[in-house]
Design a protein around this ligand. Structure first.
Ligand code: ZN
Length: 175
């Protein structure tokens, strides 16, 4: 499941850091991400103009410290977490964000008033990546990976969630 999700800012890696069946899950609900009981999460921008909801089990929560994300966010990393794209609903009068295309195949949705970056969608992907800090309930989205860690601010130290580590040795999720 996780191998099909996009990692923003870089091509998908051939091998997923997450096992198909984690030894123990970050989320208490490990049911099908798109099943009838898929949990709903809500989120919104900083000023409250845009509200959305997504459903399903959070997929591949990870930090990204690529130049685009750090410039846009003004912080050392953005926390991205995937949900099924068809579960995304803009719930406040149906208003969608303003879309920015950093690449022809990637669009990022942000609030035209407060500039909060809310979602990112890669063309052809069935997942939408949500800015984890825009979610109302931020439980169960502890990052298990850190993209562009080598480009992160040198003073930034992150303790990634340990769920995907199945044995001794270097953390396999670094990339
Ligand atoms: Zn706003």
């Amino acid at each position: 499941m996780t191998s099909s999700s996009p990692t923003l800012g870089k091509p998908p890696t051939p091998t997923s850091p997450l096992p198909a069946e984690p030894a123990h899950s970050l989320s208490p609900n490990t049911a099908s991400a798109t099943g009838p009981q898929a949990p709903v999460r809500t989120g919104h921008c900083a000023c409250g103009r845009l509200f959305y909801q997504v459903s399903g089990v959070p997929d591949d929560p990870h930090l990204c410290s690529c130049e685009r994300d750090t410039r846009v966010s003004g912080g050392p990393a953005v926390l991205w977490v995937g949900f099924p794209k068809d579960s995304l609903i803009w719930t406040k009068s149906g208003e969608e964000p303003k879309w920015w295309y950093p690449y022809p195949t990637l669009r990022c949705g942000f609030c035209p008033d407060c500039a909060s970056q809310l979602v990112s969608e890669a063309e052809g992907s069935d997942m939408v990546m949500v800015n984890g800090f825009s979610l109302t309930d931020q439980s169960g989205i502890e990052p298990v990976g850190h993209s562009y860690r080598e480009r992160a601010a040198p003073w930034m130290h992150v303790a990634l969630a340990s769920a995907p580590i199945l044995g001794p040795g270097p953390n396999p999720v670094l990339d």
